[in-house]
Design a protein around this ligand. Structure first.
Ligand code: NI
Length: 219
């Protein structure tokens, strides 16, 4: 199958799976990651086809969305059913496998250029104004509160505990979002992360200012 036809078919397939999502992993997240990924891939000299295909498929088997043990199967099966060459399927699986954030203390750095590009694109969409919106949407979808001053953030050193965490969403800024800027793996990713990071700091400042008005007035 021609590469552009495969990409088109894959887009329709992924849309059909993620369209109704309200946890921040909807089709528009995929669309943004694809756009950011292609942008970064161009300036880093990465393979555009691999980055685009992996971007489209990177969340359909996500542990946050799928049940345990099903990781990567939907993406792999899709590529197999479209008779994609086994070497490409392997590359796509490796890239997707490397993308996910697994906790503050869990090292997910990689030497694979396409994986670096997609990781940066996915993480850029997790920070800044869009990142903030997505984080609260995700927290809500998991029944998490917004903020509780009595529950401090926790630095997870293993993936299992990170997955189980049920802390309020503001903690997630310290456990993940504010760490992402320094974990960017490409020059263009780092440059794009800077402004989004600053915006989150301003958001938190304003959040605590408003929160403290309550405390000062004894409420
Ligand atoms: Ni994603």
């Amino acid at each position: 199958m021609k590469r552009d036809i495969l990409l088109e078919k894959t887009e329709i397939f992924v849309k059909s799976i993620l369209e109704g999502d309200s946890s921040g992993h909807d089709w528009w997240h995929i669309h943004r990651v694809r756009t950011l990924g292609l942008m970064i891939a161009k300036s880093e000299g990465a393979d555009l086809f691999l980055v685009e295909l992996a971007a489209l498929l990177h969340d359909i088997d996500d542990w946050k969305l799928a049940g345990n043990g099903t990781e990567e199967q939907k993406a792999k099966n899709w590529l197999r059913s479209n008779s994609v060459e086994p070497q490409i399927i392997e590359r796509i699986s490796t890239i997707i496998e490397g993308v996910s954030f697994k906790g503050a203390g869990v090292n997910t750095s990689t030497n694979d250029l396409e994986c670096k590009v997609l990781q940066d694109a996915d993480r850029l969409d997790a920070i800044g104004a869009i990142g903030i919106a997505r984080t609260f949407a995700y927290g809500g979808s998991r029944g998490r509160g917004i903020y509780d001053p009595g529950i401090p953030p926790e630095m997870h050193t293993d993936f299992e505990n990170y997955k189980k965490s049920n802390a309020p969403t503001i903690n997630h800024f310290y456990e993940k979002l504010l760490l992402l800027k320094d974990q960017m793996q490409t020059t263009s990713g780092r440059a794009l992360a800077e402004q989004r990071h600053e915006f989150m700091l301003r958001f938190l400042d304003q959040f605590y200012t408003e929160w403290n008005v309550m405390e000062c007035n004894g409420m």
